[in-house]
Design a protein around this ligand. Structure first.
Ligand SMILES: [Zn+2]
Length: 227
């Protein structure tokens, strides 16, 4: 069985009722966080999951709304993990992920220094293990496998989707994408598909070109609404 929890379904525009994009996938005793938008740790806490309880972080792409709380996640996991030799957090994302994670840790460099100086049992910065992929099998542990394929979120590139499988159950996390052949192949026969939707009828009511540009993502594939 795979348990899917939509932790956040918001957009870059703050919404009092929606956290930023992030989905929790629990399978075979493993806990995967797919994207880490604004407010993700509060929403994860609401379902009893802490940053220290994550098996791996999966990133579909590096748009700010999908990685908005990456820094909070890295620091909070670090300071709430009490094992003497903590396991590095696997982070799997598209090319650019390693640079982003490194920059995030650098941004929190002063904080990391304060805490290492303050707490005798914190002797090293947050431990991470970043893997960049655009396709192929990226995870195969204890009965859970994860496969990656390119998605189409142009002009944002590269972007990827994930297929998580555990026993007979499967779920595909597509992130922001329009329909495309590689996603069709990744999602073929899957038990569930988690996918961003743009409400063009709402977006086009905002009289600012920067917001209207959002519709480019759908227009590229000649469809009216990306589902
Ligand atoms: Zn995006």
């Amino acid at each position: 069985m795979i348990e899917i929890t939509l932790l956040g379904t918001g957009s870059p525009i703050p919404d009092p009722n929606r956290a930023g994009p992030s989905t929790l996938v629990r399978a075979g005793g493993q806990v995967f966080l797919v994207d880490c938008g604004r407010g993700v740790l509060q929403r994860a806490a609401a379902v009893g999951v802490g940053a220290g309880g994550l098996t791996a972080l999966l990133l579909t792409h590096l748009h700010s709304d999908h990685i908005g709380d990456l820094g909070d996640l890295l620091i909070t996991r670090w300071i709430t993990t009490f094992a003497p030799d903590p396991t590095p957090l696997p982070i799997i994302g598209p090319p650019g992920t390693a640079e982003t994670v490194e920059a995030m840790l650098k941004a929190f460099g002063h904080d990391i220094g304060y805490r290492i100086a303050h707490h005798a049992d914190l002797t090293a910065p947050p431990a991470v293990e970043v893997h960049e992929y655009t396709e192929g099998t990226v995870w195969d542990r204890d009965g859970v496998s994860i496969r990656v394929a390119p998605t189409d979120h142009r002009p944002v590139a590269p972007t990827i989707g994930f297929r998580v499988e555990s026993g007979a159950a499967s779920v595909v996390l597509a992130g922001d994408t329009v329909p495309c052949a590689s996603l069709d192949e990744l999602a073929a026969g899957a038990g569930a598909l988690v996918h961003t939707v743009i409400r063009k009828d709402l977006v086009t009511q905002i009289p600012q070109q920067r917001f209207l540009d959002i519709c480019d993502y759908a227009r590229l594939s000649g469809i009216q609404i990306a589902i």
